[in-house]
Design a protein around this ligand. Structure first.
Ligand SMILES: [Zn+2]
Length: 344
């Protein structure tokens, strides 16, 4: 089969690899109908040192179950399923608490020996706990929005939950990528009254406004902190969704949080220590977050998509074939595309 393999910064290739197949009784084999390129894939695209073994790419997908292992109970051949970016058994103590990304039998697609989803097919471990069957046909108009349940919509939601967004709160969203934009949807869905998006791309800010952002701030650093405080009565916001992962972004996030507020971070951190520890301490600011347990969030978010209350699929601005994926990485890296959908 064909699959996407990354060999180093700027070096993404479509290659023939051994066919994905069921190897454990708890596996399912899923033929991919829809996948996408993630903002987190761009970290490797910028920084991966060359010379090592290639890395299978992709962790977001919708597909058709082609085969299941002997002990899979809830899925059958032909089911249309959405795949969270992490697999999980659904039964261990952490899964039962809704923290599927800490599953004791879990792991991440496109990491270590696991195959990726920017491919023709993928082996899904712990299929019963991981996959969610979708009650629509594969050509349904809702497919782009349903695909965001793999990662970005659940991750934006996790940022909002971690930042303790509540009814009547004011919220800032740091980052105007697909996760930040979904964070705006999530904040509004949880009852935020004022939502300030921080970003610098007109097309993205326009989508943010359509999703419910009330204000936009396009400066950075101290200037941005001052502006957000001005917009929110001088104190800063109750909740900040940090959707970038850099030291600068976290510094800003803490700077604009009001005393007693919270920062929910979902951008993979590219800093060693959390910055602004002293101001965070003296203002009693909670910093929370991590890899979103999107599997457990699907239950809450799926009805909102099916019934048209939210439309996170609007973050996709390009659709490409598998062979075009290297161009998709380039477009997203150069900020010419917000998020690329892949149709293998
Ligand atoms: Zn588990």
């Amino acid at each position: 089969m064909r699959a996407t393999v990354m060999y180093g910064a700027g070096d993404v290739r479509i290659e023939k690899v051994p066919d994905a197949r069921v190897t454990e009784p708890t596996d399912a084999l899923v033929v991919i109908t829809h996948a996408c390129i993630c903002g987190s894939d761009l970290w490797g695209y910028k920084l991966m040192p060359p010379g090592g073994p290639g890395r299978a790419m992709g962790h977001e997908a919708i597909g058709i179950v082609e085969a299941v292992g002997a002990s899979v109970r809830t899925l059958r051949t032909g089911d249309l399923v959405v795949m969270p970016f992490a697999y999980s058994d659904g039964t261990c103590p952490f899964c039962q608490e809704g923290l599927n990304t800490s599953c004791v039998n879990g792991g991440f697609f496109g990491a270590g020996q696991m195959g990726g989803a920017q491919a023709e097919a993928v082996r899904v471990p712990q299929a019963d706990g991981t996959l969610v069957a979708l009650p629509v046909s594969r050509d349904d108009a809702l497919m782009p929005s349903l695909l965001t349940l793999s990662d970005v919509m659940g991750t934006g939601h996790h940022a909002a939950v971690s930042a303790r967004v509540g009814r009547g709160h004011n919220v800032a969203v740091v980052g105007d990528g697909a996760v930040g934009l979904c964070g705006v949807i999530a904040a509004r869905r949880l009852g935020a009254e004022q939502i300030v998006i921080l970003g610098r791309h007109a097309d993205r800010l326009e989508i943010a406004k359509a999703f419910g952002a009330t204000d936009a701030v396009s400066t950075r650093g101290e200037e941005a902190v001052t502006r957000v405080r001005e917009l929110t009565g001088g104190f800063g916001v109750h909740s900040v969704l940090e959707c970038v992962g850099t030291d600068d972004a976290m510094q800003m996030a803490i700077g604009m949080t009001r005393p007693g507020g919270a920062v929910g971070r979902v951008g993979v951190p590219h800093y060693e220590a959390i910055p602004a520890s002293q101001p965070a301490f003296y203002r009693n600011i909670t910093v929370s977050g991590g890899p979103a347990p999107v599997r457990s969030y699907i239950t809450a978010l799926l009805p909102d998509i099916l019934e048209g209350r939210i439309e996170p699929g609007r973050v996709f601005d390009r659709t490409m074939k598998l062979d075009e994926v290297p161009a998709g990485y380039r477009a997203m890296n150069e900020r010419k595309s917000i998020k690329v959908m892949v149709r293998p």
